[in-house]
Write a protein that binds this ligand. Structure first.
Ligand code: NIG
Ligand code: FE
Length: 421
Protein backbone atom coordinates (compact mmCIF):
# COMPACT_ATOMS: atom_id res chain seq x y z
CA UNK A 1 0.00 0.00 0.00
CA UNK A 2 1.28 3.44 -0.93
CA UNK A 3 0.20 6.62 0.83
CA UNK A 4 1.02 10.21 -0.02
CA UNK A 5 0.48 12.48 2.96
CA UNK A 6 0.09 16.03 1.70
CA UNK A 7 -0.43 19.41 3.29
CA UNK A 8 1.37 18.83 6.58
CA UNK A 9 1.45 22.28 8.19
CA UNK A 10 4.68 21.25 9.86
CA UNK A 11 6.59 18.12 8.94
CA UNK A 12 9.32 17.13 11.40
CA UNK A 13 11.68 14.69 9.67
CA UNK A 14 14.54 14.68 12.23
CA UNK A 15 16.82 14.16 9.24
CA UNK A 16 20.45 14.40 10.31
CA UNK A 17 23.49 12.45 11.45
CA UNK A 18 23.11 8.70 11.78
CA UNK A 19 24.16 8.47 15.45
CA UNK A 20 22.25 9.51 18.58
CA UNK A 21 21.73 13.28 18.62
CA UNK A 22 23.93 14.82 21.30
CA UNK A 23 24.22 18.30 22.79
CA UNK A 24 23.25 21.04 20.35
CA UNK A 25 22.17 18.49 17.71
CA UNK A 26 19.17 17.79 19.91
CA UNK A 27 17.72 21.18 18.98
CA UNK A 28 17.13 20.27 15.31
CA UNK A 29 13.84 18.73 14.31
CA UNK A 30 14.20 18.97 10.51
CA UNK A 31 11.18 21.26 10.14
CA UNK A 32 9.54 21.54 6.74
CA UNK A 33 6.42 23.70 6.31
CA UNK A 34 3.77 22.42 3.95
CA UNK A 35 5.57 19.12 3.56
CA UNK A 36 4.60 15.75 2.11
CA UNK A 37 5.52 12.18 2.95
CA UNK A 38 5.40 9.27 0.53
CA UNK A 39 5.03 5.88 2.18
CA UNK A 40 5.57 2.71 0.20
CA UNK A 41 5.63 -0.88 1.39
CA UNK A 42 5.95 0.02 5.05
CA UNK A 43 8.82 2.44 4.53
CA UNK A 44 9.34 6.13 3.95
CA UNK A 45 9.99 6.59 0.22
CA UNK A 46 10.33 10.39 0.38
CA UNK A 47 9.67 13.16 2.90
CA UNK A 48 10.11 16.90 2.63
CA UNK A 49 9.06 19.75 0.38
CA UNK A 50 5.78 18.95 -1.39
CA UNK A 51 7.15 19.65 -4.90
CA UNK A 52 10.10 17.35 -4.45
CA UNK A 53 8.07 14.49 -3.00
CA UNK A 54 5.45 14.87 -5.77
CA UNK A 55 8.18 14.24 -8.33
CA UNK A 56 8.92 10.79 -6.93
CA UNK A 57 8.04 8.20 -9.62
CA UNK A 58 5.62 6.42 -7.28
CA UNK A 59 3.85 9.55 -6.00
CA UNK A 60 0.98 9.35 -8.50
CA UNK A 61 0.24 5.72 -7.60
CA UNK A 62 -0.31 6.49 -3.93
CA UNK A 63 -3.54 7.06 -2.03
CA UNK A 64 -3.54 10.70 -0.99
CA UNK A 65 -4.14 11.65 2.62
CA UNK A 66 -4.75 15.38 3.15
CA UNK A 67 -3.31 16.19 6.56
CA UNK A 68 -5.12 19.56 6.61
CA UNK A 69 -2.25 21.67 7.89
CA UNK A 70 -1.56 19.51 10.93
CA UNK A 71 1.79 18.31 12.28
CA UNK A 72 3.41 15.10 10.99
CA UNK A 73 6.32 13.60 12.91
CA UNK A 74 7.82 10.20 13.76
CA UNK A 75 5.94 8.01 16.23
CA UNK A 76 7.30 8.06 19.76
CA UNK A 77 9.89 5.41 20.60
CA UNK A 78 9.38 4.69 24.30
CA UNK A 79 12.66 3.06 25.25
CA UNK A 80 12.08 2.22 28.92
CA UNK A 81 8.95 0.44 30.15
CA UNK A 82 7.88 -2.42 32.42
CA UNK A 83 4.46 -3.24 30.92
CA UNK A 84 4.23 -6.91 31.99
CA UNK A 85 2.41 -6.83 35.32
CA UNK A 86 -0.82 -8.25 36.59
CA UNK A 87 -2.31 -5.49 38.74
CA UNK A 88 -1.84 -1.87 39.76
CA UNK A 89 -0.25 -1.25 43.17
CA UNK A 90 -3.07 0.71 44.74
CA UNK A 91 -2.03 -0.18 48.28
CA UNK A 92 1.42 1.31 47.74
CA UNK A 93 -0.27 4.31 46.16
CA UNK A 94 -2.53 4.82 49.12
CA UNK A 95 0.38 4.56 51.54
CA UNK A 96 2.24 7.18 49.54
CA UNK A 97 -0.75 9.49 49.63
CA UNK A 98 -0.34 9.21 53.41
CA UNK A 99 3.27 10.28 53.20
CA UNK A 100 5.23 7.00 53.08
CA UNK A 101 8.24 6.76 50.75
CA UNK A 102 8.94 4.29 47.90
CA UNK A 103 11.76 2.44 49.66
CA UNK A 104 9.89 2.42 52.97
CA UNK A 105 6.86 0.80 51.32
CA UNK A 106 9.04 -1.78 49.57
CA UNK A 107 10.73 -2.66 52.89
CA UNK A 108 7.29 -3.18 54.45
CA UNK A 109 6.21 -5.78 51.86
CA UNK A 110 5.00 -3.58 49.00
CA UNK A 111 7.12 -2.53 46.05
CA UNK A 112 8.43 -4.74 43.26
CA UNK A 113 8.03 -7.95 45.28
CA UNK A 114 4.30 -7.43 45.70
CA UNK A 115 3.95 -7.23 41.91
CA UNK A 116 5.97 -10.45 41.68
CA UNK A 117 3.41 -12.36 43.74
CA UNK A 118 0.63 -11.35 41.34
CA UNK A 119 2.63 -12.11 38.19
CA UNK A 120 3.65 -15.55 39.43
CA UNK A 121 -0.03 -16.31 39.88
CA UNK A 122 -1.07 -15.15 36.40
CA UNK A 123 -1.17 -17.25 33.23
CA UNK A 124 0.89 -16.31 30.18
CA UNK A 125 -2.23 -15.66 28.12
CA UNK A 126 -3.64 -13.38 30.82
CA UNK A 127 -0.44 -11.34 30.89
CA UNK A 128 -0.42 -11.17 27.09
CA UNK A 129 -4.04 -10.09 26.96
CA UNK A 130 -3.42 -7.35 29.51
CA UNK A 131 -0.36 -6.17 27.64
CA UNK A 132 -2.41 -6.05 24.46
CA UNK A 133 -4.87 -3.72 26.17
CA UNK A 134 -2.06 -1.44 27.31
CA UNK A 135 -0.65 -1.52 23.78
CA UNK A 136 -3.84 0.03 22.41
CA UNK A 137 -3.48 2.94 24.84
CA UNK A 138 0.16 3.50 23.91
CA UNK A 139 -0.76 3.54 20.22
CA UNK A 140 -3.58 6.04 20.57
CA UNK A 141 -1.14 8.35 22.40
CA UNK A 142 1.35 8.13 19.52
CA UNK A 143 3.83 5.49 20.64
CA UNK A 144 4.79 3.17 17.79
CA UNK A 145 7.64 1.26 19.48
CA UNK A 146 7.81 0.25 23.13
CA UNK A 147 10.38 -1.52 25.21
CA UNK A 148 8.90 -4.36 27.29
CA UNK A 149 10.96 -5.44 30.27
CA UNK A 150 10.36 -8.57 32.29
CA UNK A 151 11.31 -8.30 35.96
CA UNK A 152 8.20 -9.16 37.95
CA UNK A 153 8.92 -12.89 37.80
CA UNK A 154 12.31 -13.27 39.48
CA UNK A 155 12.43 -17.01 38.92
CA UNK A 156 13.24 -18.85 35.74
CA UNK A 157 9.74 -20.06 34.92
CA UNK A 158 8.04 -16.72 35.56
CA UNK A 159 10.64 -14.62 33.77
CA UNK A 160 10.24 -16.89 30.73
CA UNK A 161 6.45 -16.65 31.07
CA UNK A 162 6.63 -12.84 31.03
CA UNK A 163 8.87 -12.69 27.97
CA UNK A 164 6.73 -15.25 26.16
CA UNK A 165 3.73 -13.06 26.98
CA UNK A 166 5.53 -10.14 25.32
CA UNK A 167 6.09 -12.25 22.21
CA UNK A 168 2.48 -13.42 22.19
CA UNK A 169 1.09 -9.90 22.67
CA UNK A 170 3.48 -8.57 20.02
CA UNK A 171 1.94 -10.88 17.43
CA UNK A 172 -1.49 -9.30 17.96
CA UNK A 173 -0.78 -5.60 18.26
CA UNK A 174 0.55 -3.00 15.86
CA UNK A 175 2.73 -1.67 18.67
CA UNK A 176 6.28 -2.92 18.15
CA UNK A 177 7.47 -4.48 21.41
CA UNK A 178 11.20 -4.73 22.11
CA UNK A 179 11.83 -7.30 24.84
CA UNK A 180 14.36 -6.80 27.66
CA UNK A 181 15.24 -9.36 30.30
CA UNK A 182 15.23 -7.73 33.75
CA UNK A 183 15.63 -10.76 36.01
CA UNK A 184 17.91 -8.59 38.16
CA UNK A 185 15.09 -6.23 39.14
CA UNK A 186 15.07 -7.27 42.83
CA UNK A 187 16.16 -10.23 44.93
CA UNK A 188 13.09 -12.49 45.34
CA UNK A 189 11.81 -13.11 48.85
CA UNK A 190 12.83 -16.78 48.83
CA UNK A 191 16.49 -15.77 48.30
CA UNK A 192 16.46 -12.72 50.56
CA UNK A 193 19.39 -14.12 52.52
CA UNK A 194 21.36 -15.19 49.48
CA UNK A 195 21.49 -12.32 46.98
CA UNK A 196 24.71 -13.66 45.46
CA UNK A 197 22.98 -16.97 44.89
CA UNK A 198 20.23 -15.11 43.02
CA UNK A 199 22.76 -13.25 40.86
CA UNK A 200 24.30 -16.64 40.02
CA UNK A 201 20.88 -17.93 39.00
CA UNK A 202 20.27 -14.90 36.82
CA UNK A 203 23.62 -15.37 35.09
CA UNK A 204 23.83 -19.12 34.89
CA UNK A 205 20.21 -20.23 34.44
CA UNK A 206 17.99 -17.39 33.36
CA UNK A 207 20.16 -15.51 30.85
CA UNK A 208 21.16 -18.68 28.96
CA UNK A 209 17.52 -19.85 28.83
CA UNK A 210 16.19 -16.45 27.70
CA UNK A 211 18.88 -16.20 25.03
CA UNK A 212 18.37 -19.78 23.85
CA UNK A 213 14.69 -19.12 23.22
CA UNK A 214 15.47 -15.76 21.61
CA UNK A 215 13.11 -14.01 24.02
CA UNK A 216 15.03 -10.78 24.67
CA UNK A 217 17.27 -8.32 22.89
CA UNK A 218 18.62 -6.62 26.01
CA UNK A 219 19.55 -7.44 29.60
CA UNK A 220 18.89 -4.81 32.26
CA UNK A 221 19.65 -4.58 35.98
CA UNK A 222 18.38 -2.34 38.79
CA UNK A 223 21.67 -1.10 40.23
CA UNK A 224 20.80 0.70 43.45
CA UNK A 225 20.88 0.54 47.22
CA UNK A 226 18.66 -2.29 48.39
CA UNK A 227 18.74 -3.91 44.92
CA UNK A 228 21.96 -4.82 43.07
CA UNK A 229 25.43 -3.46 43.75
CA UNK A 230 27.83 -2.11 41.15
CA UNK A 231 29.85 -5.37 40.93
CA UNK A 232 26.67 -7.47 40.80
CA UNK A 233 25.27 -5.29 38.05
CA UNK A 234 28.45 -5.63 36.04
CA UNK A 235 28.43 -9.41 36.47
CA UNK A 236 24.83 -9.63 35.21
CA UNK A 237 25.39 -7.38 32.21
CA UNK A 238 28.59 -9.20 31.20
CA UNK A 239 26.76 -12.53 31.42
CA UNK A 240 24.09 -11.01 29.17
CA UNK A 241 26.74 -9.87 26.68
CA UNK A 242 28.20 -13.39 26.62
CA UNK A 243 24.78 -14.57 25.43
CA UNK A 244 24.17 -11.80 22.91
CA UNK A 245 21.96 -9.60 25.12
CA UNK A 246 22.99 -5.95 24.87
CA UNK A 247 23.20 -4.11 28.20
CA UNK A 248 20.84 -1.46 29.56
CA UNK A 249 20.83 -0.35 33.19
CA UNK A 250 18.76 1.39 35.87
CA UNK A 251 21.45 3.72 37.20
CA UNK A 252 21.66 6.32 39.97
CA UNK A 253 17.89 6.43 40.57
CA UNK A 254 17.58 6.29 44.37
CA UNK A 255 21.22 6.94 45.20
CA UNK A 256 24.59 7.27 43.50
CA UNK A 257 25.25 3.59 43.17
CA UNK A 258 27.86 3.17 40.42
CA UNK A 259 25.45 2.16 37.67
CA UNK A 260 26.65 4.85 35.29
CA UNK A 261 30.24 3.70 35.48
CA UNK A 262 29.12 0.10 34.92
CA UNK A 263 27.19 1.31 31.86
CA UNK A 264 30.32 2.97 30.51
CA UNK A 265 32.54 -0.05 31.22
CA UNK A 266 30.25 -2.60 29.57
CA UNK A 267 29.25 -0.30 26.68
CA UNK A 268 25.55 -0.16 27.59
CA UNK A 269 23.07 0.99 24.98
CA UNK A 270 21.51 3.27 27.60
CA UNK A 271 21.81 4.26 31.25
CA UNK A 272 18.42 5.18 32.67
CA UNK A 273 17.08 7.45 35.44
CA UNK A 274 20.40 9.16 36.42
CA UNK A 275 18.82 11.32 39.13
CA UNK A 276 21.97 11.15 41.26
CA UNK A 277 24.54 11.11 38.47
CA UNK A 278 27.59 13.30 39.05
CA UNK A 279 29.83 15.07 36.54
CA UNK A 280 32.28 12.12 36.40
CA UNK A 281 29.38 9.82 35.54
CA UNK A 282 28.28 12.07 32.71
CA UNK A 283 31.80 12.26 31.31
CA UNK A 284 32.11 8.45 31.43
CA UNK A 285 28.74 7.97 29.67
CA UNK A 286 29.66 10.49 27.01
CA UNK A 287 33.06 8.91 26.35
CA UNK A 288 31.45 5.46 26.03
CA UNK A 289 28.64 6.69 23.74
CA UNK A 290 25.88 5.58 26.14
CA UNK A 291 22.46 7.21 25.63
CA UNK A 292 21.20 8.87 28.84
CA UNK A 293 17.52 7.98 29.29
CA UNK A 294 15.40 10.13 31.55
CA UNK A 295 12.07 8.96 32.96
CA UNK A 296 10.64 11.94 34.84
CA UNK A 297 7.13 10.47 35.14
CA UNK A 298 8.62 8.33 37.93
CA UNK A 299 9.73 11.42 39.84
CA UNK A 300 6.32 12.97 39.27
CA UNK A 301 4.42 9.94 40.48
CA UNK A 302 6.64 9.46 43.53
CA UNK A 303 5.93 13.09 44.41
CA UNK A 304 9.62 13.98 44.38
CA UNK A 305 10.54 17.62 44.17
CA UNK A 306 13.75 16.64 42.48
CA UNK A 307 14.09 15.82 38.79
CA UNK A 308 17.12 14.73 36.77
CA UNK A 309 18.48 17.71 34.88
CA UNK A 310 18.08 17.18 31.17
CA UNK A 311 19.69 20.56 30.63
CA UNK A 312 22.86 19.56 32.49
CA UNK A 313 23.12 16.33 30.50
CA UNK A 314 22.59 18.00 27.13
CA UNK A 315 25.04 20.78 27.99
CA UNK A 316 27.55 18.07 28.93
CA UNK A 317 27.23 16.86 25.33
CA UNK A 318 25.21 13.72 26.03
CA UNK A 319 22.48 12.22 23.87
CA UNK A 320 19.34 12.24 26.02
CA UNK A 321 16.31 10.01 25.47
CA UNK A 322 12.93 10.33 27.21
CA UNK A 323 10.70 7.41 28.15
CA UNK A 324 7.62 6.73 30.26
CA UNK A 325 9.07 3.98 32.53
CA UNK A 326 5.50 2.61 32.45
CA UNK A 327 5.24 0.34 35.52
CA UNK A 328 2.86 -0.24 38.44
CA UNK A 329 5.17 1.11 41.14
CA UNK A 330 6.66 4.39 40.00
CA UNK A 331 5.13 5.39 36.67
CA UNK A 332 1.65 4.19 35.66
CA UNK A 333 1.73 6.42 32.58
CA UNK A 334 1.56 5.40 28.91
CA UNK A 335 1.45 8.88 27.44
CA UNK A 336 4.75 10.19 26.06
CA UNK A 337 3.14 13.61 25.65
CA UNK A 338 3.01 13.93 29.43
CA UNK A 339 6.72 13.08 29.54
CA UNK A 340 7.38 15.81 26.95
CA UNK A 341 5.60 18.27 29.21
CA UNK A 342 7.68 17.24 32.23
CA UNK A 343 10.87 17.53 30.19
CA UNK A 344 10.06 21.12 29.28
CA UNK A 345 8.69 22.21 32.67
CA UNK A 346 11.01 20.34 35.07
CA UNK A 347 14.06 19.09 33.17
CA UNK A 348 15.06 22.32 31.48
CA UNK A 349 14.65 20.96 27.96
CA UNK A 350 13.28 22.83 24.97
CA UNK A 351 10.39 21.36 22.94
CA UNK A 352 12.83 20.55 20.12
CA UNK A 353 15.15 18.69 22.51
CA UNK A 354 12.26 16.86 24.15
CA UNK A 355 10.87 15.71 20.79
CA UNK A 356 14.31 14.57 19.64
CA UNK A 357 14.68 12.64 22.91
CA UNK A 358 11.28 10.96 22.43
CA UNK A 359 11.93 9.85 18.84
CA UNK A 360 15.45 9.58 17.37
CA UNK A 361 17.26 9.15 20.65
CA UNK A 362 14.63 6.75 21.97
CA UNK A 363 15.30 4.64 18.88
CA UNK A 364 19.03 4.69 19.62
CA UNK A 365 18.33 3.72 23.24
CA UNK A 366 16.78 0.54 21.80
CA UNK A 367 19.49 -0.10 19.23
CA UNK A 368 17.04 0.85 16.47
CA UNK A 369 18.66 4.10 15.40
CA UNK A 370 19.23 2.96 11.82
CA UNK A 371 15.58 2.15 11.08
CA UNK A 372 13.34 4.01 13.53
CA UNK A 373 12.90 7.50 14.94
CA UNK A 374 13.16 9.72 11.85
CA UNK A 375 11.17 10.23 8.65
CA UNK A 376 14.08 9.83 6.22
CA UNK A 377 13.84 7.72 3.06
CA UNK A 378 14.32 4.03 3.78
CA UNK A 379 13.18 4.25 7.39
CA UNK A 380 10.25 2.29 8.75
CA UNK A 381 7.07 4.31 8.16
CA UNK A 382 6.12 4.87 11.80
CA UNK A 383 4.56 8.31 12.03
CA UNK A 384 1.92 10.32 13.80
CA UNK A 385 -0.32 13.25 12.98
CA UNK A 386 -0.92 15.77 15.75
CA UNK A 387 -4.15 17.74 15.76
CA UNK A 388 -2.39 21.10 15.84
CA UNK A 389 -0.48 23.31 13.42
CA UNK A 390 2.44 23.86 15.83
CA UNK A 391 4.54 20.96 17.12
CA UNK A 392 5.38 22.83 20.33
CA UNK A 393 1.81 22.22 21.49
CA UNK A 394 2.72 18.54 21.99
CA UNK A 395 4.91 19.72 24.88
CA UNK A 396 2.64 22.56 26.02
CA UNK A 397 -0.72 20.90 26.67
CA UNK A 398 -0.48 18.23 29.31
CA UNK A 399 -2.71 15.49 30.60
CA UNK A 400 -4.37 15.12 27.22
CA UNK A 401 -3.72 13.64 23.82
CA UNK A 402 -3.16 15.58 20.59
CA UNK A 403 -2.57 12.49 18.46
CA UNK A 404 -5.05 12.27 15.60
CA UNK A 405 -3.58 9.51 13.46
CA UNK A 406 -0.94 6.83 13.88
CA UNK A 407 0.78 4.93 11.10
CA UNK A 408 2.87 1.86 11.92
CA UNK A 409 4.97 0.13 9.25
CA UNK A 410 3.03 2.05 6.62
CA UNK A 411 -0.46 1.07 7.84
CA UNK A 412 -2.99 3.32 9.56
CA UNK A 413 -3.43 1.76 13.01
CA UNK A 414 -5.34 4.56 14.71
CA UNK A 415 -7.25 7.54 13.39
CA UNK A 416 -9.82 9.83 14.92
CA UNK A 417 -11.09 10.98 11.53
CA UNK A 418 -11.04 10.05 7.85
CA UNK A 419 -8.05 11.64 6.09
CA UNK A 420 -8.94 12.01 2.41
CA UNK A 421 -7.77 14.07 -0.50
O1 NIG B 1 12.10 2.10 36.86
N1 NIG B 1 13.65 1.19 39.39
C1 NIG B 1 13.25 0.09 39.15
N2 NIG B 1 12.17 -0.23 38.45
C2 NIG B 1 11.03 0.62 38.28
C3 NIG B 1 10.11 0.55 39.42
C4 NIG B 1 9.53 -0.78 39.54
C5 NIG B 1 8.42 -0.92 40.56
O2 NIG B 1 8.35 -0.20 41.56
O3 NIG B 1 7.59 -1.80 40.30
C6 NIG B 1 11.46 2.01 37.89
O4 NIG B 1 11.17 3.01 38.56
FE1 FE C 1 12.39 1.33 35.11
Amino acid sequence: MKFLLVNAGQLLTFGGPSGPRAGAEMGRVGLCRGGSVLVDDGKIAAAGLADLVARHPDADKARILDIGGRVVMPGFVDSHAHPVFAAPRLKDFELRTRGKGYEEIAAAGGGILSSVDRVRGAREDELAERLGRWAARFIECGTTTLEAKSGYGLDLATELKCLRAVKRAGAHTALELVPTFLGAHAVPAELKHDPHGYVRRVCEEMIPAVAKEGLARFADVFCDRGYFSEPQAETVLRAGLDHGLRPKIHAEQLSRSGGASVAARVGAVSADHLDHAEPDDLAALKAAGVVASLVPAANYFLGLNRYPSGRRLIDAGLAVALATDFNPGTAPCWNMQFVLSLACTHLGMTPEEALTAATVNGAHALGLGATHGTLEPGRQADLIVLDTDDYREACYYFGGNLVSMVMKRGGIVHSDREYRA
